[in-house]
Design a protein around this ligand. Structure first.
Ligand code: AMP
Length: 552
């Protein structure tokens, strides 16, 4: 046995789970990662993030609870009734697998093999890559090989890795701190690199090879998007900057990072998935342009001179086939507002005012255009432009510091958002109940939560705001994410992010966050946001105290 056994990794994870001290978690995991050779470290980081491939390759482990349950039943030979009893006792599939395997009735392989981290990773990678005919049985056989060779604790952590639960328990921040500890470097330095190259395993590989290796942007590989902070009024923004600033319309569309290298074009979403397939008309206009570049943009669609709603727009991103009809029904435009790389040069570190000049050299045409912007000096000018943006059917303004670089992945005050309905929260669905009337039998009443450190805290429930089509799709999706069935209610894996609007926030002991939203309604499903990006309990408290102050 050595550190690169999957058993050692499982035991470390178990110890981490048992301690509440963040420092202890970091040093335990950091010390363990330190012992691994380069290849095992790479594989361990992939497993710890429940990803077999970089996020932008769109290759995912598609193994759900039902496949795993069937597999556990098959290899252990226990009855469904017994299985349910064990599951109900734990409420967790990983713990259930541990208990079942510990009973010792599992089919034995001809020759029992120790599982190494690399072996587990390679098998899961093959499972994710396998496509086409017979893929279900291929996956099941490959997983079977893993589970019949697994000890109880290994089975438990295999499940947690495969279902993505580990990712929730072991936050990204903690993993970065542990890796920084293992590589003997500062967390902020490591984080910078991961923001530029958003793949912790790939970054670790480069740094192990050479701790001083410069990590830079690369064409056709996405980098994190720069993010904005909200402010509540034109006055607050003008006072904060106290200088001439850039104001841009805030388009309510789909954020897109556009890469062009020769005749290759790749377009990435905010979650770093490649979405080029869904945007053929944008792709073909981009390919006609001369030079190589990386752009930041918003994809929107106009109907009779007004932007169409985000919900309609989203339809373009959820279709398996983009037919002519859809292309005509929802024609897309890319509004370009930033440039990170141009003609062989990395330009994201230049001040925004210089990047804006570079953008004019691009010669955008057809369905590509430059985003509107204007230099403004005071709150009056900001307010005027804000009104103009709303009149045109846009969402508000983005105010940007003309002297700021583009900071991948950073949410700071160099970019500020000013929205009409700025009191919306991004939350994650944690449970769902059956609706009433025509929604009886359909999981359509959603309980949602915000983030507080590594925990999720419930803040409200909502059932209004989605279309019938969306409700039907959500019902299916939530059933597939079910981790506990309470009859009238299901507890689901926290995956689906909603943007909810509300009238106010109250203190309340109804939910474990200590707050409740008044009249919450769903503005839209945020497919583009992940659980890491939902709002925090601190933001809830901030809105709560701001509102109280304004009524006082
Ligand atoms: P929010 O989604 O409300 O957090 O607001 C930030 C989002 O606004 C960004 O992620 C972009 O998708 C979008 N956006 C629209 N117009 C702009 C713009 N001119 N500059 C930057 N982001 C924009």
């Amino acid at each position: 046995m050595n550190g690169s056994d999957f058993k050692s990794l499982s035991e470390v994870l178990e110890k981490i789970r048992q301690t509440n001290s963040k420092l202890e978690k970091i040093s335990k995991l950091g010390n363990f990662l330190k012992t691994l050779d380069d290849e095992s470290l790479f594989a361990a980081l992939r497993l710890l993030t429940s990803s077999t491939h970089p996020p932008w390759t769109n290759v995912e482990l598609q193994v759900g609870y039902s496949t795993l349950t069937t597999l556990l039943l098959e290899i252990s030979g226990i009855s469904k009734k017994k299985f349910s009893e064990i599951y109900l006792k734990h409420g967790d599939l990983g713990d259930t697998a541990e208990e079942i395997i510990a009973q010792g009735k599992v089919i034995q392989p001809l020759v029992k093999e120790d599982l190494s981290i690399i072996k587990v990773f390679n098998i899961l990678r093959k499972v994710a890559e396998y496509e086409g005919e017979g893929s279900y049985s291929f996956r099941k056989n490959a997983l079977r090989e893993l589970f019949i060779n697994a000890s109880p604790i290994e089975a438990k952590y295999l499940i947690k890795i495969i279902t993505g639960e580990l990712r929730i328990g072991l936050s990204e921040g903690l993993l970065e701190e542990a890796l920084a500890y293992a590589l003997n470097m500062s967390v902020s330095n490591l984080r910078e690199k991961i923001l530029l190259l958003p793949d912790i395993a790939e970054v670790s590989k480069k740094l192990r090879r050479n701790p001083n290796e410069e990590i830079e942007l690369e064409l056709l590989r996405p980098t994190s998007f720069m993010l904005a902070e909200p402010m509540s009024s034109a006055e607050e923004i003008a006072n904060y900057f106290n200088k001439e600033i850039i104001a841009e319309f805030k388009y309510d569309g789909i954020r897109a990072q556009i890469h062009k290298k020769g005749d290759k074009v790749k377009i990435f979403s905010r979650r770093l998935d490649e979405i080029s397939f869904y945007l053929p008309e944008i792709k073909s206009s981009i390919v006609k342009l001369k030079d190589d570049f990386i752009l930041d943009s918003e994809i929107i669609s106009f109907k009779q001179g007004k932007p169409v709603s985000f919900n309609i727009l989203q339809r373009r991103l959820r279709r398996k086939e983009i037919d002519k009809e859809l292309l005509e029904e929802i024609p897309l435009r890319a509004i370009v507002y930033d440039v990170l790389y141009y003609k062989g040069k990395i330009v994201y570190k230049l001040p925004l005012k210089e990047r804006k000049v570079i953008l004019t050299e691009l010669d955008l045409k057809d369905n590509l255009e430059l985003g509107f912007y204007k230099y403004v000096k005071n709150s009056l000018e900001i307010s005027k432009l804000f009104e103009e943006s709303l009149n045109k059917g846009f969402e508000g303004l983005m105010i940007k510091d003309p002297d700021s670089p583009y900071s991948p992945g950073k949410r700071g005050k160099a970019w500020i958002k000013l929205k009409k309905e700025f009191d919306t929260l991004d939350v994650v669905i944690v449970a769902a109940e059956y609706g009433h009337g025509k929604r009886a039998g359909v999981f359509s009443d959603y309980t949602f939560a915000v983030r507080n450190g590594d925990q999720l805290k419930i803040i409200g429930k909502a059932y209004s705001g989605l279309t019938d089509e969306e409700i039907e799709m959500m019902d299916k999706l939530l059933r597939s994410l079910c981790i506990e069935d309470l009859g009238y209610k299901i507890i689901v894996r926290p995956k689906v992010v909603l943007e909810v609007a509300f009238d106010s926030i109250q203190e309340s002991d109804r939910h474990d966050s200590g707050f409740a939203l008044r009249f919450p309604r769903i503005k839209r499903i945020r497919w583009d946001k992940s659980i890491e990006e939902i709002d925090t309990l601190d933001r809830v408290k901030e809105i709560y105290s701001r509102k109280r102050a304004s009524f006082a």
